[in-house]
Design a protein around this ligand. Structure first.
Ligand SMILES: [Fe+2]
Length: 157
């Protein structure tokens, strides 16, 4: 390939965002006392970190390298994770109490019709894993929310 593909900035922002999100979810998994949530957060962290590496690897295969594009998609995630909020409050603040939106940000990813099959396969897997992560985190939110509701009902009795 002689020309730089037009989708390199997309791969770059995904790699950067996923790498830092992986760190944030790892931090959360280590700080929570809820074992079930920790397990889900570890899975999410592994997915995010792996996406960070996979996209950086794909960029290298395309003769590019991850660069600082000045964009920061995980500032809010890092801030909320580092806060003293409860797990449930963190999940609400990050929108994990809501189902995946439709359309979502990923719906635009394939507008670039020059995406090659290898990159397309990586993007497709990434998108489906992100949406699955959304479902997993929503389920964790719902579980914590139900437990909290029960606790409050018991306290009011
Ligand atoms: Fe992600």
């Amino acid at each position: 390939m002689t020309q730089t593909p037009t989708f390199i900035p997309l791969l770059n922002s995904v790699s950067r965002a996923e790498t830092t999100a992986g760190e944030a979810f790892t931090e959360w998994a280590q700080s929570t006392t809820d074992k079930r949530l920790a397990k889900t957060l570890r899975l999410v962290a592994m997915r995010e970190s792996e996406h960070g590496i996979a996209f950086a690897k794909r960029m290298l295969e395309l003769n590019s390298e991850v660069y600082d594009d000045g964009l920061d998609f995980t500032a809010e995630l890092r801030k909320v994770v580092a806060s003293k909020r409860s797990d449930l409050s963190k999940m609400k603040a990050l929108g994990f109490n809501k189902s995946n939106p439709s359309p979502d940000i990923f719906d635009k990813f394939f507008r670039d019709k020059t995406i090659d099959p290898t990159t397309g396969a990586l993007l497709g897997r990434y998108i489906c894993e992100e949406r699955d992560t959304g479902r997993l985190l929503k389920a964790e939110h719902d579980r914590l929310h139900a437990a909290e509701k029960k606790r409050k009902e018991r306290a009011n009795r």
